[in-house]
Design a protein around this ligand. Structure first.
Ligand code: FES
Length: 77
């Protein structure tokens, strides 16, 4: 589904950008795709899609647990 008609940005593009770690905020998304920089009507839908995509990411705690690391342990360099 197209979220931003002006810049032809789809929900799939937003999800993919989040999954690849390219985007963690609406500002990032706007900078990467131009979303919201024309009429701005897409911003509420983009914000909702972005929040949904971010919430679907595994949390750091879950990743640490999966790696067998205790919560709060410093990252190994
Ligand atoms: S629909 Fe996104 S800027 Fe117009």
């Amino acid at each position: 589904m197209i979220i931003c008609v002006c810049k032809a940005v789809s929900d799939k593009t937003i999800r993919r950008s989040v999954e690849h770690g390219e985007v963690i905020s609406l500002r990032d998304l706007s900078r990467e795709t131009g979303l919201g920089t024309c009429c701005g009507k897409c911003v509420p839908a983009a914000r909702a899609t972005l929040a949904q995509a971010l919430s679907a990411l595994p949390s750091t705690a879950a990743m640490n647990r999966d790696l067998g690391m205790p919560l709060g342990a410093p990252a190994a360099c």
